[in-house]
Write a protein that binds this ligand. Structure first.
Ligand SMILES: Nc1nc2c(c(=O)[nH]1)N[C@H]1C(S)=C(S)[C@@H](COP(=O)(O)O)O[C@H]1N2
Ligand SMILES: [Mo]
Length: 389
């Protein structure tokens, strides 16, 4: 950015994003209290116990999110897992139940791949009317490099029986959900994958994040990484894998992280799975003041689950006219794609910026919120109001 005024505006927005709470005019249901960031990392506290921390917009300008600034989404108190006693148990509908120690796992041939995680509730604060759950703005997501053993290799070793339907993953964390809908007493965090996704070779039993051992907050010693799916599928502090001969209907894919689908017109509650096509404007931020007579570089991110991004369009007039953004930065399947757009505001005044992505399957980001998604999968186009002065 070669314009000093624009640069100052960007620095200012980065500073605000990291250290204070900015009350936007849009989405009046934003929390009223200032949210103190965690010192050092600048992560925004959404909930203290269990720890739920959001990445500020200022860290979403890089392709890889540094681990210390990667959002944290916990449902229960972070468990303490000791390496000496840790072992991954694999049983259920398998020919050879297994118990794999950490050394055994790390000694196997590994794969490294970049993939992003986005919480299915990311952007919830923008929903009108307000929905229950952690009030994430746009930073409930991050992009990291993961190293681990493909799950398919372990399932191959265990030998799936022909009646295998789902593979269930249980974390070492446990607790009780006390608000409605309540959990049946203490439960572990658990999710499942259909056998086909579990065996596709891209799902990892990850033990490294961005080149270092997993941190306790991100699932030490081993977590699942399910690329292309919303974050809830990537079970942290993995303790047990059970292959089931019936669909798994646990708490976190029925009472939470589920949505309505309408096969044959009948509403049916099904688990939230793959990420939809989405783009997010990272700068300017809501209510940012943009200098007139300059070219402002609008920055954003776009992603589409298991698909790639084909195109991102930007509107600076509330959705009447759209122009192509420039896709920039590295490309990797399952990673987000960076984009930018040079905007020359024609005159001082209020403007509404929007971004809309299309994926390689031809899916386009919707303009309207789909209520069947309950409080999850927030991908409709969000207006970013700014003022040009
Ligand atoms: N064991 C366990 N795994 C979990 C969770 C959890 O609470 N417990 N939260 C899930 C959700 S909802 C998300 S969005 C991602 C967040 O991963 P992160 O905290 O590493 O960013 O972890 C998932 N895996
Ligand atoms: Mo999540």
């Amino acid at each position: 950015m070669d314009n000093p005024i624009a640069r100052r505006a960007l620095l200012r927005s980065a500073y605000i994003g990291a250290f204070t709470y900015l009350a936007p005019s849009f989405g009046q249901n934003l929390p009223a209290q200032p949210l103190a960031p965690v010192p050092e990392t600048g992560l925004i506290i959404r909930e203290k116990e269990p720890e739920n921390l959001e990445s500020p917009a200022s860290v979403l300008h890089t392709f890889i999110t540094p681990t210390s600034q990667f959002y944290i989404r916990n449902h229960f108190k972070q468990p303490t897992v000791t390496l000496n006693t840790w072992a991954l148990k694999v049983d259920g509908a398998v020919g050879r139940p297994l118990e794999i120690g950490y050394r055994d796992l790390v000694g196997m041939s590994s794969r490294t791949q970049v993939s992003m995680l986005e919480c299915a509730g990311n952007g919830r604060v923008f929903l009108i009317p307000k929905e229950n759950g952690a009030q994430w703005q746009s930073g409930g997501m991050g992009n990291a490099e993961w190293t681990g053993v493909p799950l398919s290799v372990i399932l191959e070793k265990a030998g799936l029986k022909s009646n295998a339907v789902d593979v269930m993953f249980e974390g070492a964390d446990q607790g009780q959900i006390k608000e409605d809908p309540k959990s049946p007493g203490e439960i572990h965090f658990a999710r499942s994958l259909p056998v086909a996704k579990a065996r596709d070779g891209d799902v990892l039993l990850a033990y490294k994040m961005n080149g270092a051992d997993l941190s306790p907050a991100h699932g030490f010693p081993v977590r699942l990484i399910v690329p292309g799916w919303y974050g809830m599928a990537s079970v942290k502090w993995l303790a047990r894998v059970v292959v089931t001969d019936k669909p798994f209907d646990g708490f976190f894919q029925t009472l939470q992280y589920s949505h309505w689908e309408r096969p044959n017109g009948t509403p049916t509650l099904l688990p939230v799975t793959e990420m939809h096509v989405k783009s997010s404007i990272i700068s300017p931020m809501l209510d940012e003041v943009v200098a007139r007579n300059t070219i402002y570089k609008v920055h954003g991110l776009a992603w589409a689950g298991e698909s790639g991004i084909a195109q991102v369009e930007v509107s600076t007039d509330g959705g009447q006219n759209w122009s192509n953004a420039l896709l920039t930065g590295p490309t990797a399947r399952y990673a987000w794609r960076q984009w930018e757009y040079d905007w020359q505001p024609p005159a001082p005044g209020q403007y509404t910026l929007m971004a809309r992505a299309t994926d390689t399957r031809g899916r386009i980001q919707p303009m309207e919120r789909d209520k069947d998604r309950r409080s999850y999968e927030i991908t409709h186009v969000l207006p970013i109001k700014v003022e040009v002065r």
